[in-house]
Design a protein around this ligand. Structure first.
Ligand code: NAP
Length: 322
């Protein structure tokens, strides 16, 4: 079978297709024949040896795999051979067959397509987690940064499902802002402009947003403190523009900064995650949570998928298919 690996950190071209033997699932693992693989931004950082978790080399990307269970390891009782599932795969995810931890498997209703299924593995769960951490209450105003991204376009829609009043979304280009408006952003703002925080204040009668969802970090995070209402919650969950530090002085206006990481939810709140997953399956199945697919590329073009993400060229989900 084929898998994508890299032996050194660097540009997307370090990603190489390799022929390897089909792996055997160990205890509490399953072997999955892949149908599609969701490609995530964080893998571009890991591939460059950057970000919070640079992998040991040689390495392989993680991903949101959709496929059919082909074999069960010892102790697996929750799925059967032949079941269609989605899974967060932590090793060799861009491959014809993958081994997944049975704990992370998402059983799929029949009607979901590969893109819908792929976001259930992690991005939709991450989006729900950040909204829960932000304690979004019905009627509140929320600002979602990078609203046209994979997690971004799911977050704007989920915010509306959870009862948000006004949903503001930022994006870097007119086309991305237009896209965000189609996915439940009420007002799309150019955060490349120095005045974006003023624009948020204008849209909120001078008060600021009650919740800000920030997967971008860097200067955007710092500027976000100016756009946050008193008692507002700024949720930090990613650092596409660099890792910010929290200036405590700026919190004196009764502002909260709080973080959310999917793996911490798994460690500390597994029951809440499972409950949330069931909600998400319902939202996707009944069409309330829509998934935009920017491109579906063959496995052999994994480097191109990474390039698109690094060029900030995509809106919504990017998929690889074997
Ligand atoms: N905490 C967690 O549990 C968790 C889990 C998974 C992912 N994450 C993080 O969530 C964030 C979003 O992930 P995603 O998979 O949805 O990514 P994505 O689809 O690639 O979206 C990322 C967005 O970030 C914006 N961006 C700003 N600066 C960028 C830069 N220098 N390079 C690339 N993009 C940049 C882009 O939008 P514009 O062009 O409009 O700026 C892009 O749409 C990432 O920071 C990721 O690491 C966190």
């Amino acid at each position: 079978m084929r898998t994508v690996r890299y032996a050194s950190y660097g540009d997307p071209d370090v990603l190489r297709i390799e022929e390897v033997p089909t792996p055997a699932p160990g205890p509490n693992q399953v072997l999955i024949r892949t149908e599609a693989i969701g490609v995530n931004f964080v893998e571009t950082q890991r591939r460059r040896g950057q970000g919070p978790f640079p992998p040991a080399l040689p390495a392989s990307p993680n991903g949101d795999v959709v496929g059919t269970v082909e074999a069960l390891g010892p102790e697996v009782t929750t799925v059967q051979v032949g079941d269609r599932v989605a899974a967060t795969v932590m090793d060799n995810a861009y491959a014809d067959q993958v081994v997944a931890d049975a704990t992370f498997l998402v059983p799929l209703p029949e009607k979901l397509d590969a893109a819908q299924a792929s976001v259930l593995a992690s991005p939709a769960q991450v989006a729900l987690c950040v909204l829960r951490v932000g304690k979004l209450a019905p009627g509140e105003t929320i600002l979602v940064h990078s609203a046209s991204g994979t997690i971004g376009h799911l977050t704007t829609q989920l915010a509306k499902i959870l009862g948000a009043g006004k949903v503001l979304g930022t994006a870097s280009t007119p086309a991305k802002r237009e896209f965000a408006l189609r996915y439940d952003t009420d007002v799309a703002i150019d955060y490349g402009s120095d005045e974006w925080a003023d624009r948020v204040l204008e849209e909120t009668g001078g008060r600021g947003a009650d919740v800000i969802i920030d997967g971008v970090g860097g200067d955007t995070f710092l500027r976000g403190l100016d756009a946050l209402a008193p008692w507002g919650r700024l949720v930090f969950y990613g650092a596409a523009q660099g890792m910010p530090s929290v200036p405590a002085m700026r919190l004196l206006g009764m502002k909260y900064v709080v973080g959310s990481a999917f793996y911490e939810w798994w460690r500390h709140e597994p029951d809440a995650l499972r409950k949330g997953l069931n909600e998400l399956i319902g939202y996707v199945a009944d069409g309330r949570l829509r998934v935009a697919v920017h491109a579906t590329l063959p496995l052999t073009e994994a480097a191109q998928a990474h390039r698109m993400i690094e060029d900030r060229a995509h809106t919504g989900r990017l998929l690889l298919v074997p």
